[in-house]
Design a protein. Structure first.
Length: 556
């Protein structure tokens, strides 16, 4: 309906004033109508006419051309046009589908990106939740979405962890790994990473040993070594990490089609950088290979270090090229923390010099850090990390304290919604008590709202097929809010911002509460009509929650 009205107004402008204009209808307060536009104010400068006079002419024209769908066109203020739909037109606009802007397109969504040999922290939980929601939006837009994950199974952090593991095992003793209980493997790896990092920073001899171990890890791949004691320790511990990742992702409802270990793209990245070095994209500097980002208003970064080892930058180049080879994507979305913004800008600028079509198809979204209420930024290097499981645990504790129950669906809904209701980009201050509350703007509040609507419907044989025709005031207010859903989803897809859906669902639930407070449903002469409205409301609420990756329970 919104698009149809925008086209009708644009046509009226063309017919009356012989000019083309882009119309963007807004949703005003209900007392002013269902849609509003300031097109007359836009035209006044172009035409040199009074905006109110322009609006009056448009109002007359629109009353003639839209009499089947618009019951009233009014002019307000200096020249705003307000349009009120007929009940039939309003009802007919229920169920607007999101525009299939990506219909038939291949999309790669890369997010979470934890490193083996390290623990999943709160940032990984956040980007997993946000990434899932954005991937859902991309699918709603018609995209064939592939969810992938990139992590560093080679690199200095692995060297640090392996150094500490060898000390813990008393040398290259893979049999010693049998003593590590399965339930404690991820924590054991995390503690060894911390120990290795501290040694690297505080002990010069340990630092040199770690550098050599880093090279040995790369050599494992060069030699395809799975038999040496050192390689057995490496491969076993790497698999422990991936098992841990799989288990955690399953617990929060995430599933990735493919893990891209850095080792799988390092050689491709190295070859690509060397090829482009010969073509002048990269330059040599003190034995290393760099990209002079300064020439593009960015900063210079090393892509191959002086020892010939590809850096993170070169591996990201390899990842981009590998994703193209694997998927031939039309669109690629990469979600990382804010600290990666400038880094990725340099990588993408480098790739743009030889594969501009890949960069044009890539969107890099960044987010802030996650802190507990009153907390500070934490670092896995020093061991004072806020782990992903810590966030879920404090949410579970808060929920049990509030309700006396253990409900994973409620806890997950609480955490996911608390993260998603904030616009992507800024830091997240997570308040576990607020997140599990059944009152206010929270996931459990919306889950309860859905369950409550379903309980109303359960008192009858169902909503039936009652015809929605003339609406009473409260009924019209509710269905008007329901009709906004498709527009909100369209906006969330366009901007890749799930928080728009969160805000809408909260407003929708509040609108329903006011409706239900003042309009009897069961036993009212208009019961059949109102049950249809309750069903439409519950269906809309459930669909929105599902887009966010949150379950909509039938009862709570």
């Amino acid at each position: 309906m919104k698009q149809e009205l925008e086209q009708a107004i644009a046509s009226a402008v063309q017919e009356l004033f012989a000019t083309d204009v882009s119309i963007e209808l807004a949703r005003p307060d209900e007392q002013f109508g269902d849609f509003a536009t300031n097109v007359a104010l836009q035209l006044s400068k172009q035409l040199g006419q009074n905006p109110r006079e322009i609006a009056e002419k448009l109002a007359v024209k629109l009353r003639e051309t839209l009499d089947d769908t618009v019951k009233e066109v009014t002019v307000a203020g200096p020249g705003f046009l307000n349009l009120a739909l007929t009940d039939a037109a309003l009802i007919g606009s229920v169920g607007h589908e999101a525009a299939k802007a990506l219909d038939g397109k291949t999309v790669v969504a890369e997010y979470s990106d934890p490193n083996p040999f390290k623990v999943l922290h709160a940032g990984h939980l956040y980007t997993s939740i946000v990434g899932d929601a954005i991937a859902n939006l991309l699918e709603r837009a018609g995209g064939n979405v592939h969810r992938v994950n990139f992590g560093g199974d080679v690199g200095l952090h692995v060297g640090k962890t392996m150094w500490a593991i060898l000390r813990a095992l008393g040398g290259e003793n893979p049999a010693g790994l049998a003593a590590i209980p399965a339930s404690g493997r991820s924590e054991w790896l995390a503690q060894n990473y911390i120990a290795g990092t501290n040694a690297y920073e505080d002990d010069e001899s340990a630092k040199q040993a770690i550098i050599q171990l880093n090279k040995r890890v790369y050599q494992i791949f060069a030699d395809n070594d799975h038999q040496s004691p050192f390689a057995q320790i490496y491969w076993t511990c790497r698999q422990w990490s991936y098992d841990y990742f799989d288990s955690f992702y399953a617990s929060i409802g995430s599933k990735f089609e493919k893990y891209y270990p850095e080792s799988s793209v390092a050689d491709l990245g190295l070859r690509t950088v060397k090829e482009q070095l010969a073509k002048g994209v990269f330059q040599e500097s003190d034995g290393a290979v760099i990209f002079k980002g300064d020439d593009y208003g960015l900063h210079t970064r090393v892509f191959i270090n002086s020892e010939g080892i590809p850096t993170y930058e070169a591996k990201d180049v390899g990842l981009i090229m590998q994703k193209r080879e694997d998927y031939h994507f039309d669109k690629s979305v990469v979600i990382t923390g804010n600290e990666q913004q400038q880094y990725m800008a340099v990588v993408l600028k480098a790739v743009e010099q030889f594969a501009p079509e890949l960069v044009a198809a890539t969107s890099h979204l960044t987010h802030g850090i996650v802190k507990l209420q009153g907390g500070t930024k934490m670092s896995s290097r020093k061991g004072n990390i806020l782990r992903a499981v810590d966030v879920l645990e404090v949410a579970a504790e808060a929920n049990k304290k509030l309700t006396g129950q253990e409900n994973n669906a409620t806890v997950l809904g609480a955490v996911k919604y608390a993260f998603l209701k904030n616009r992507i980009g800024g830091d997240i201050i997570y308040d576990p008590i607020e997140s599990v509350s059944l009152e206010g703007n929270s996931g459990p509040y919306l889950q309860y709202a859905h369950a409550r609507a379903r309980s109303i419907l359960a008192k009858t044989t169902g909503p039936g097929e009652a015809e929605l025709a003339e609406l009473e005031a409260g009924e019209r207010t509710l269905i008007r809010k329901i009709t906004e859903y498709g527009e909100v989803v369209d906006r969330a897809i366009t901007e890749l911002m799930p928080h728009h859906i969160c805000g809408y669902l909260y407003e929708l639930a509040q609108t329903f509460n006011r409706f239900y407070e003042h309009n009897r449903v069961i036993g009212d002469p208009r019961e059949a009509v109102r049950l249809r409205l309750v069903d439409l409301y519950a269906t809309t609420l459930k669909d929105g929650l599902n887009l966010l990756g949150i379950t909509a329970p039938e009862q709570m």
